[in-house]
Design a protein around this ligand. Sequence first.
Ligand code: AHR
Length: 550
Amino acid sequence: MRRREFLYDGLAGACTLAFAKPSAPKAISSVDSRIEILIGESLGTISPDIYGHFTENLGGVVYDGMWVGENSKVPNIDGIRMKLIEEMRKIKAPVVRYPGGCFADSYDWRDGIGPADKRPRRTNFWSDGEESGAPTSHKYDPNQFGTNEFVHFCKLIGAQPYLAANVRSLSAGEFYRWVEYCNSPAGATTLADIRAAAGYVEPFNVRFWGVGNESWGCGGDFTPQEYAIEFRRFTTWVPHYGQRLFFIASGPNVDDWNWTRGFFEEILRKGRSPLRSIYGIALHHYAWNVSRGRTQDWVQGKGDALKFDAVEWYELLREGERMESLINGHWHIMGEADPSHAVKLIVDEWGPWYRPGSEVTPGDQLEQVPTLRDAVFSGMTLDIFNRHPEKVAMANCAQLINCLNSLYLAHEDKFCVTPVGHVFAMYAAHQGGQAVRTMFSAPTISYDRDGKPAAFWGLQGSASLHDKDLVLTVVNPAIRDPREAEIVIRDARIKVVAGTTLTHPDIHAHNTFERKEEVSPQTKPLPVSSGTLTHTFPPASVSSLVLTLA
Ligand code: AHR
C-alpha cells in the first residue's frame, strides 16, 4: 500500500467527493472538473514584485546561507554563495527585503559599512533564542554582510533591494543618513565618499524603504496611532537624490483590522498629503495553527514540518488560504481612507511556520525543511496574489534560505533547492502578465476534522496572458484524488501546450543534501485536440501550463 493511501484510509471515511452519488461506481476515467479562462477579462498586470524574497540576519539565513566569505572553499562571488546566485537568476527574483524582520529594528546600518576588519561585532536581535551550540556568527553579528554586500547581491541576481529601516531604536535622522549613504551622487557627500572607498562609486538608487517592521510588536510595540505619527515624521522631507522613494508602512498582523483603520485615520489627521508618499502597507500572515481549533497558543498550536497526517495537511492549507480574505478585508478598510487606492498592499512576510525540530543544520534558528505540502501551500498563495493584481504590489516569501518557507537549504558546501524553490521557478512566467479571470469548478474535498465534517476546495489557480501565450497555474490539494479537467479558453483555441508538474507519491516528500531531486518538476508537451485540452492534475500537485493560443 502506498503511503498516501495508508494515510487516507486511516482517516475513517475522510476525503469523499462531495458531489458523488453514494452508490455510483467511480468511473475509470472521467472529466470531473472544468477550468474556464476568460482572456478578455483582465484583472490587471501582475507585479513581478509579488515574487519577492525576504532575507533576515537570523540563524543561518545570512551567515552560511548567503554569505560564505571571500576566502571560503565554498564557490562564491565576492563572498556570496555562488549556487544561490545562480538559482536566483533562474527564477527571475525581482526584489529582496533585508535586514529584517524583527532584526531590522535593532540594526544600526553604520555597523555594516566601511572596511570589513573595522566593523564592530554586535549582539544579534535573535541571540537569546540561539542554542548554546549555535555558531558564534548567529549570536553575535560580525557585520561582514552589510548594505554594500546586500546591494551587490541584489545586483548579481538582477533584483531590487528593499531595505527595512530601524524605527524602534534609531532616529529619523539616521534613516535619512542611510538613504544618503545609498543614494547620494558620487562625490556629493561624505557618506557617498565612504561608499566609493568601499568600491561603490555610483549610487545604489535604492527605491524600496520599509519604515520599521511589525511596529505593533517587536518593532516598538506602538499603537497604530503612535506608529502613524512616527511614520509621518520618518517620511517627511527625506532627501531623494532624484530617485523616487517608495515608502512601505508597517502594517497589520493577520486580521488586525484595527491596525489598518487606526493607521490610516491618524495618517490623515493633518490632511491627505501623506497618502502620496505611502507606496504600500505591509501585511504579515504566517500559517502556523494546525491544532484543529483546539488552541490559539503560539507554541502548542504548531505542527511538525515533516511529520503530519492528512488532517494537518488540510489544516495548514486552510490557514494559508485565509490570505485571500485578509487581502480583501484590509483592502476594503484601506478604501475607507483612500478611495482611489493609491496605497497598495505589500505582503512582505508569508509562509508556514512549524515548531522546531526539522533543522538540517543544528543551530539554525527557525530553519525548517519544506515538503510537498509547502510547495502546494506556496502555489496556492502565489495564485492568490495573481488573482489580486490591483491590490498586491509586492510580496516577500519568509524566508529565502535556511529558514521558514525557504526556497533553498545550504550548509557549508552543501546546497539544495526545496519544493518551494521549484514552485517559484514554475510560477516565474506569470511575472508582468495580464491576470485574467479564471473560473475553477471541481469536486469539493471533504474530510473528518476530529469527528466534525470539514471541506476544502477541489482545484484553484490563476492565469495570465503574455501576448499569444497563456500561463495557467493550478493546485490540486487533494491528497488522494486526481482531477481530470476540461480547460476551456473563451474566444480562443489552444495550439500548443507545455505542462510542468510537481508532485510525489508521498505527501511528506522533501529534498535533502543527499537526495536533491526527490521532489522535482517534470515537463512534457500535452496533447491538444481540436483546440481544446483535457488534463489530469495529479493528487497533491502544483502544475504550470504554458498554452500558445491560435
Ligand atoms: O520571519 C521571522 C520573523 O517573523 C520576523 O523577524 C518577524 O517580522 C516575524 O514575526
